[in-house]
Design a binder for this molecule. Structure first.
Ligand code: CP3
Length: 348
């Protein structure tokens, strides 16, 4: 691929985000915010007017603009690529949409081996707009790292099997418990797509990746280890071969943090329910990312920054610490609070 001919910005490798991800001690605690690009920003709502979510994700210029918006506004230490975990499925031809206020909706849920086999593997030809957007972004971002991402097999499987968002993931887990051959084929299929999607982003210039297993917290450690972890391991191993740090994140995963690290992460993302003091000994010789409760931005600024200070102090015991929220930015968040938060983390 043509990544070899593109010279990375000289400051990139020593950026605070990449240093913390490698377990080094940067000059300040790096910060970025999950869902920093999106509905909390007026400039986002403006450029998205009249354009569907998936349509926006397939427009390289729009992806570039939206990805840069929070970097310009907040001065965060990393950009997260504007896309969605279901975009690669859409790109290979799965009939799905992202409905505003709902999330991904799949026209024909996946239930049988034939359904799984009908999903094509992902190749760069399916997503030329991704490669182009990443090229544009790394040129614009200079020394600020771009984080590529993919949905982990369990979380993506949940959307495919349920046909939409789910609290219980009941059909998904029923397949996992009751039809192990279909489950295995589905997880292998999604793992292959996720690995290919990450490879495309990294070869185009992304300098770290995050694997989102948002709903893995629905599993017991034994079920996670037996039926999910081997598939996430394959995705993380493929990303590891590309030589970039790998962040592995899920919600409600206090009992899975050790396994999520062992799956092949360099950085384990922690949601706000687990104090970092508790998380750090569980993740082994790895950095942590997190974990301010996303609702604290609705509290007075001093209350929010006091909690942020406690998190930064706790993070000093980790091999490396990247400050973030414990889950995504809530759409009604005041951008000025996120600006104050970013500045506080940099100055503390
Ligand atoms: O800023 C960023 O973090 C980058 C962009 C990003 C989006 N989705 C854009 C988006 C990222 C990293 C994701 C990942 C994603 N998508 C996850 C994992 C992260 C997490 O939150 O746990 C999941 C589970 C999804 C699936 C999904 N897509 C959901 C649950 C939703 C929200 C539905 C809603 O509207 O409440 C989406 C839609 C989505 N993805 C939006 C954005 C900006 C909103 C779309 C809109 O503007 O209408």
């Amino acid at each position: 691929m043509n990544h070899a001919v593109r010279t990375p910005h000289p400051g990139l490798a020593e950026s605070p985000f990449l240093r913390a991800a490698r377990g080094e001690q940067p000059s300040h605690t790096p910060v970025w915010l999950m869902r920093q690009a999106g509905r909390s920003l007026p400039e986002y709502l403006k450029v998205r007017e009249g354009i569907g979510m998936l349509e926006s994700c397939m427009d390289a210029d729009l992806v570039t603009e939206i990805t840069l918006q929070p970097v310009r506004r907040y001065g965060v230490d990393a950009a997260i690529f504007f896309s969605d975990i279901v975009l690669p499925l859409k790109a290979v031809g799965v009939d799905l949409d992202i409905k505003p206020g709902v999330g991904p909706v799949v026209a024909s849920p996946v239930r049988t081996l034939a359904d799984v086999e009908a999903i094509p593997d992902l190749t760069p030809d399916h997503v030329p707009f991704i490669t182009r957007a990443v090229h544009q972004l790394v040129a614009e971002l200079g020394a600020t790292p771009l984080i590529g991402f993919a949905g982990a097999p369990f979380t993506v499987a949940s959307y495919l099997v349920e046909g939409g968002p789910s609290k219980e993931h009941a059909r998904t887990k029923a397949m996992m418990f009751g039809a192990p051959d279909v489950w295995d084929a589905l997880m292998r299929k999604i793992a292959g797509i996720a690995a290919a999607y990450l490879r495309i982003q990294v070869e185009a210039g992304a300098s770290a990746v995050q694997l989102f297993d948002s709903w893995a917290g629905a599993l017991t450690p034994a079920d996670y280890r037996a039926s999910v972890m081997p598939h996430s391991e394959r995705v993380l191993a493929a990303a590891g071969e590309l030589g970039v740090p790998r962040i592995h994140f899920g919600v409600g995963t206090s009992n899975l943090l050790g396994l999520m690290g062992e799956a092949g992460a360099d950085v384990v993302g922690v949601d706000w329910r687990t104090p970092l003091e508790q998380a750090i000994p569980l993740v082994g010789d790895r950095a942590v990312q997190g974990n301010l409760d996303p609702t604290l931005v609705f509290a007075p600024t001093e209350v929010m920054t006091q909690r942020a200070a406690e998190i930064i102090d706790a993070g000093r015991a980790a091999k490396g610490h990247i400050f973030n929220l414990g889950h995504g930015v809530i759409p009604s968040t005041d951008p000025d609070q996120l600006k104050a938060l970013t500045e506080f983390v940099h100055d503390y």
